[in-house]
Design a protein around this ligand. Structure first.
Ligand code: PAF
Length: 280
């Protein structure tokens, strides 16, 4: 049986009563197969699984995006019934009695690049809520998807730099049959938008085919950006050194983190991949 908890006090009590190892899966709800893949991984890693379901206002710059973000806690609970031990779905007032909170966590320089440049303050909001949720759930391991590649890197840095006692376990991107990366935002896409959105997974495939040639990877990304489809407004399509987050140039040799962001049908979509770029 899955327990639904909406207050921090009840969560603390329930967590204290849990025996064995604990994994946490943090979500903003509107659960889909991608989240279930995270839950399945969490089940493999720990005796107990907590899923958090909270649309975090701190990480939204655009009030319309926050307002229209899909929310359906009862459907989320039904989807994970029996496969997670506890769902924590607090209200905004419960999580943030004072909003914005007097103190938050900084995502540092990494938080200002790429996704952070387009959404100022976004990653500070993410690391603040992730820190609060880690503190409340006290997990041994937390699983995060690789689609939000920059978020994953920032959370890994948060845990490393603040010595947080948790292991981060990255999980591969779950895709629809068409190749579209699964996202809660996909429900906002029209039929045409779903077709246009395939530009992202197509670009990932092209880049993967071009690897391990560094020039091939860079050229595939250029082609994606230039392909110009009326329905796809690219924000960025680039490959970076996964450690420094510097954009790679033709002389680069090593692993490259490919990150894509585009607005399709008014919906911001991300995709990502790690490829070898070890040859000219
Ligand atoms: O990836 C998400 O859904 C959110 O950014 C997270 C990690 C749950 C924090 O609100």
């Amino acid at each position: 049986m899955t327990q639904l908890v909406t207050t921090k006090d009840t969560l603390r009590t329930a967590r204290a009563a849990m025996t064995g190892s604990v994994a946490v899966v943090m979500t903003m709800g509107a659960l889909h197969e991608g989240h279930l893949a995270l839950v399945a991984r969490a089940r493999e890693l720990a005796d107990r699984v907590i899923l958090t379901d909270f649309v975090n206002p701190l990480q939204f710059g655009d009030p319309k995006d926050l307002e229209t973000y899909p929310r359906d806690v009862p459907a989320d609970v039904a989807m994970v019934e029996g496969i997670v031990d506890l769902v924590f779905a607090p209200s905004v007032e419960e999580m943030y009695p004072v909003l914005p909170p007097a103190v938050g966590v900084s995502s540092g320089r990494l938080g200002t690049l790429f996704e952070g440049a387009s959404r100022p303050g976004h990653f500070d909001g993410v690391v603040t809520v992730v820190t609060k949720l880690l503190s409340l759930t006290r997990p041994d391991v937390a699983v995060f998807g690789r689609k939000d590649a920059q978020q994953l890197a920032i959370i890994q840095a948060l845990v490393r730099d603040l010595e947080l006692p948790v292991r981060i376990d990255p999980v591969e991107i779950a895709r629809e049959e068409t190749g579209l990366a699964r996202s809660s935002r996909n429900v906002r896409l029209s039929e045409q938008g779903r077709r246009d959105a395939l530009a992202l997974s197509r670009a990932i495939r092209d880049v993967e085919q071009a690897a391990p040639s560094t020039t091939g990877v860079i050229a595939a990304l250029e082609r994606a950006r230039d392909a110009g489809s009326a329905g796809v407004a690219w924000d960025y399509a680039l490959a970076v050194d996964p450690v420094t987050f510097e954009e790679i140039a033709t002389g680069y040799r090593g692993q490259a983190l490919v990150m894509l962001a585009a607005v399709v049908d008014g919906v911001r979509l991300l995709d990502a991949a790690v490829v070898e770029a070890t040859r000219p």
